[in-house]
Design a binder for this molecule. Structure first.
Ligand code: NA7
Length: 547
């Protein structure tokens, strides 16, 4: 099918844009399911993907050691029993190639590939008030018209490289982790720098420390990293997974973070002499339960939070023998769980190697980058490779790269630069029939095991589109009041949490001046969020402008 189909009798030089029901932007975890669901609903749909393959972050993040932090069997699609039954996993925390293969399998199993235009970036989407349609253009020079547009562009897809003085002058190889070349980077025997010590940096550092001649780690903020236990998945694990689908899929939908865990006790209810054993059991599980499931009131009770923080600091100190190193690697100025908790596997041990050194940027900041390396205030580091594990323009970065103009030509980027706002993280007032997943002010923006939360968002979007179509309406968008009510609710439940109090994390959008602003993570929990979304559907989208 050609993109620009010609109307009979028209001048071939002026093609009529193809008219579709919906356009899906992105073919990662969200985009793949969104495409599947809309096709199932009988819509004509095209998906566009900037990469030459599917997977989204699992396509791009090929850096050494890249693996998911969500433990088996949670990080997979939940929409198809058949898919679940035939899925094979080899590790408790699958690595990037395994997840990329899985997404490819899903795309082929459901025959989605032919609906995706690869290596094509959507550059603009402009709403036509007169026809109630979106005119979408791509960097391949195509123009399409669709009634609905869904941006499944991911919340952590636009890399952030700090504007260090002299950045471009480096003569060696430099690379952001999220744009790691498919053919890899030869690190053997090289002098390598890693800037950034959060979830990504930790995975890179622990993986390459033994491969390089010298590794210099540039750390700005230390993180509370928790050991990952990553046993191989056995046949009996897979049998259990398949037999548990019905129960797990029910529970996970209403879980706190997209994981099925036992309900944790409230801190005050657990006798003091049982707390250490409780914590140790959670610690030993080797996954993120210590963050999401240590105590029910962990995010709201300072005492509970202090207790867990101390427990984690003590465990870290047991691992880091050198007190001077421990002082640099163990956070002291913020509480555990108030930023994304990375999992690690040999991270602290990497620093006891002779070929690894740590530069604490709080004491010795980067001054500039030059042809031969990185100059800090205290000296110069000669380098062959610089790896930027410096994170992403979180929440809005990938949507803001597209010139989106809603009703009356209003620019979404401009609107968001004045006030970041969404309704349940999926629509924005003034942008009829435009939807998004993993955008700010939903659990999927930050605090959720992605496939679980994104599945729910894709379903809500498909249901909203189905509602418009079944009622013979032209468009749907939240009213200004509905949006304000959601933003008020978000702030009321999210800001008072422990995470809300920490200003230093990607859960807060960074302004152009580097200052931290709106908290993009919705912290009211998945159940409250899901109920709010379900109520909108059940109530016939009361509070939405239905035209
Ligand atoms: P993150 O979590 O945003 O971490 C970025 C890291 O880069 C972090 O250590 C930052 O230090 C560091 N950074 C950022 N800018 C600078 C500058 N200018 N100088 C020095 N260091 C800097 O990104 P990740 O890729 O690790 O993880 C993102 C998510 O992907 C993760 O949470 C999972 O959900 C998957 P800082 O802490 O800002 O001081």
């Amino acid at each position: 099918m050609s993109v620009n189909q010609l109307e009979p009798g028209k001048d071939p030089g002026t093609p009529t844009p193809q008219m579709l029901d919906a356009i899906v932007v992105g073919a990662g975890i969200g985009g793949v399911y969104q495409l599947y669901r809309l096709l199932q609903d009988g819509l004509s749909v095209r998906a566009f993907e900037a990469a030459d393959g599917v997977g989204g972050v699992w396509f791009w993040n090929r850096y050494p050691g890249a693996r998911v932090d969500s433990h088996f069997p949670h990080y997979q699609f939940w929409f198809s029993r058949e898919l679940w039954d035939e899925s094979d996993w080899t590790e408790t925390f699958p690595a990037q190639p395994e997840i990329e293969r899985y997404v490819n399998h899903v795309v082929d199993k459901f025959d989605l590939r032919r609906h995706i235009s690869f290596s094509t970036r959507v550059t603009s989407a402009v709403f036509d008030d007169a026809t109630g349609t979106w005119r979408v253009t791509t960097d391949a020079g195509e123009t399409l018209v669709a009634r609905f547009v869904v941006f499944n562009t991911g919340g952590l897809s636009t890399p952030k490289i700090p504007p260090f003085k002299g950045h471009d002058s480096f003569a060696g190889v430099s690379c952001h982790t999220s744009h790691w070349p498919k053919e890899g980077v030869d690190l053997a025997g090289k002098r390598v720098a890693v800037i950034g010590t959060a979830a990504t940096g930790i995975q890179v550092i622990q993986t390459i420390a033994s491969q390089v001649a010298h590794l210099t780690v540039f750390q700005r903020t230390p993180n509370y990293a928790v050991p990952m236990k990553n046993p191989k998945i056995t046949e009996s694990d897979l049998t259990w997974m398949r037999e548990s689908f019905d129960e797990l899929s029910k529970k996970v939908r209403w879980s706190r973070g997209g994981f099925v865990f036992e309900d944790p006790p409230y801190f005050r209810d657990l006798p003091a002499d049982q707390r250490d054993a409780h914590m140790q059991a959670i610690w030993d599980s080797g996954n993120l339960s210590i963050w999401g499931n240590s105590f029910a009131d962990f995010q709201s009770n300072q005492q509970a939070n202090d207790y867990v923080t101390q427990f984690v600091r003590d465990r870290m100190r047991e691992r880091i023998k050198d007190p001077a190193l421990a002082a640099k690697l163990i956070p002291t100025d913020y509480s555990f769980g108030t930023r994304r908790v990375p999992l690690e596997n040999g991270y602290f041990e990497a620093f006891s190697r002779d070929n690894v050194s740590l530069v604490d940027l709080r004491e010795d900041p980067i001054d500039s980058i030059n042809a031969s390396g990185i100059r800090t205030r205290a000296g110069h580091h000669e380098l062959d490779v610089i790896i930027y594990a410096t994170g992403f323009d979180s929440g809005v970065g990938s949507i803001n790269r597209i010139d989106i103009r809603g009703a009356a030509g209003v620019s979404l980027k401009q609107l968001w630069s004045e006030e970041l706002c969404t309704t349940v993280g999926m629509q924005v007032h003034g942008f009829p029939n435009l939807f998004m997943t993993m955008a700010p002010f939903a659990p999927a923006a930050a605090i959720c095991n992605v496939p679980v939360c994104v599945d729910q968002q894709c379903d809500w979007i498909a249901d909203a589109i189905g509602f418009v179509r079944s009622k013979g309406l032209r468009s749907i968008q939240p009213s200004a009041q509905t949006q304000q009510a959601w933003m008020d609710h978000h702030r009321a439940v999210s800001e008072p949490t422990m995470i809300g109090r920490n200003m230093n994390s990607w859960y807060r959008r960074e302004g152009p001046d580097g200052s931290k602003r709106e908290l993009i993570a919705y912290l009211g929990g998945i159940p409250a969020y899901r109920r709010a979304c379900d109520d909108m559907i059940a109530g016939g989208f009361k509070g939405f402008e239905l035209v």
